[in-house]
Design a protein around this ligand. Structure first.
Ligand SMILES: *Cc1c(COP(=O)(O)O)cnc(C)c1O
Length: 433
């Protein structure tokens, strides 16, 4: 110990230093000089390598930003630009790519939802924009119960932040025309419609019907489809404002894209003088979103799809004869052109539950993060869309290794789903310890 911290502290000094300080110093000292000076931030900052087979998860950094987008962002980072002019250019590109009258960029989709809701409370009243959240304004937002999802935060919070009230309609797995029609009273400022794998799609109102009924009462409709490929249809169906994330399948930097009718977009943009300021988008976000939209037009989608098909084929080949698992191809829930590999676990034959397997994969180095939103059904998915060529084999090799490890330990006590659920809160709260 003394040798390690050599030259700059005696044993006496060490006793005076706090434990954590000593531990930290030792850790730093034991790292090679090379890693501390490294240009590689994964070495310098001691970050885990992650192989992302889960999809475009914002908690993992969403997606790989395309080289062209990184170049454009790099250029603007070293320059000054009139932000309104940059937003104007965003509007032009959004018009071209999405087919809406107008558009603007926000810091994220969630910020886009907040600004959109706020815009229907304030319109272009600058005083109201500065004062939001307002009390006693007409401010009800209609949302189907099955659309009350959590995408990292609950969607109704983006409504309530503006001071608006949430009017949930229907029930968890059923919404009918009369639920919507009866809810559209004088206090309603807009309807919010969510397209996502998180929603309960069973018996929901289809978007075209939702839009038509709202429009009968002159109620505008906001569509949150942050993670969907379909950039053009909702506008064609008459949606007034449509929101996408720039950092998901568009492979841009963190940003939100709001497309829609000109007057409404003008009012969304004005929110930057009020509530939008607290969720500000910078020049890098705006430029990154514009560039991502431009790239979307010229990307070879067929080539990308073929590449993903090859990856799935390779994984199928590698995994098909493993005992205790059943593999099948699975099309995306909301119709995005993504095929994932579904791995169904037989916990008796694998000597492990699906959540134990995914957790063991996550703890490997590099960490392998699978798509686990339905894991309590003893299944997880492999999503090929963020996988590099040199990671493909590592994913299947690691799954084989982890399954083997469990099979070789048949006496181990399995962790139940209730145990997983009951420790989740503690895990969330443990950051920073
Ligand atoms: C990801 C997501 C969001 C949040 O998007 P951000 O841009 O990360 O804020 C909102 N709604 C849906 C449906 C999403 O999938």
């Amino acid at each position: 110990m003394i040798m390690l911290i050599g030259g700059w502290a005696t044993l006496h000094h060490v006793e005076e230093l706090s434990d954590t300080f000593v531990q930290k110093s030792l850790k730093m000292k034991s790292k090679s000089k090379k890693s501390m000076d490294s240009d590689n931030i994964f070495e310098r900052w001691n970050l885990n390598r992650i192989i992302n087979v889960s999809g475009t998860m914002t908690s993992l950094g969403a997606s790989r930003v395309l080289p062209k987008i990184r170049k454009d962002v790099d250029q603007i980072l070293n320059s000054f630009v009139d932000i309104d002019q940059l937003q104007n250019e965003a509007s032009r590109v959004i018009r071209k790519v999405i087919g809406s009258e107008s558009g603007c960029i926000t810091s994220s989709s969630s910020a886009g939802i907040v600004a959109s809701i706020a815009s229907f409370i304030t319109q272009n009243n600058l005083d109201k924009i500065e004062k939001i959240p307002l009390e006693n304004e007409k401010s009800k937002v209609v949302l189907q119960m099955g659309h009350q999802i959590n995408y990292g935060a609950p969607v109704d919070q983006s409504i309530k932040l503006t001071g608006a009230k949430v009017q949930l309609i229907g029930s968890a797995a059923q919404c009918e025309t009369y639920h919507l029609r009866n809810s559209l009273d004088q206090d309603v400022i807009c309807g919010l419609y969510v397209i996502s794998h998180h929603t309960v799609r069973e018996n929901e109102l289809p978007l075209d019907l939702f839009v038509n009924i709202c429009h009968e009462q002159n109620v505008p409709v906001i569509v949150d489809m942050a993670s969907e490929y379909d950039l053009t249809n909702p506008i064609k169906l008459g949606a007034d404002l449509v929101i996408y994330s720039g950092h998901k399948f568009l492979s841009g930097v963190t940003s939100g894209i709001v497309a829609g009718k000109k007057q409404y977009i003008k009012n969304v943009h004005l929110q930057n003088r009020g509530i939008g300021r607290h969720m500000k988008v910078g020049k890098e976000g705006i430029a990154g979103a514009i560039s991502a939209l431009e790239c979307w037009m010229t990307r070879d989608h067929e080539f990308e799809k073929n590449k993903e098909t090859q990856i799935i084929k390779k994984w199928k080949n590698d995994l098909f004869d493993l005992q205790g698992i059943e593999i099948s191809e699975h099309e995306d829930w909301t119709g995005n052109p993504i095929t994932r590999l579904k791995i169904k676990i037989d916990p008796e034959r694998c000597f492990a539950n699906a959540w134990e397997i995914s957790s063991r994969l996550k703890n490997l180095n590099p960490s392998i993060v699978v798509r686990d939103d339905l894991i309590e059904n003893q299944e997880f998915f492999l999503d090929p869309c963020n996988i590099n060529h040199d990671e493909i084999g590592l994913v299947s090799d690691s799954i084989i290794k982890v399954l083997n490890d469990f099979t070789n330990d048949p006496e181990r006590k399995k962790e139940t789903w209730s145990e997983v659920k009951s420790t989740r809160e503690k895990n969330i709260l443990s950051w920073g310890d």
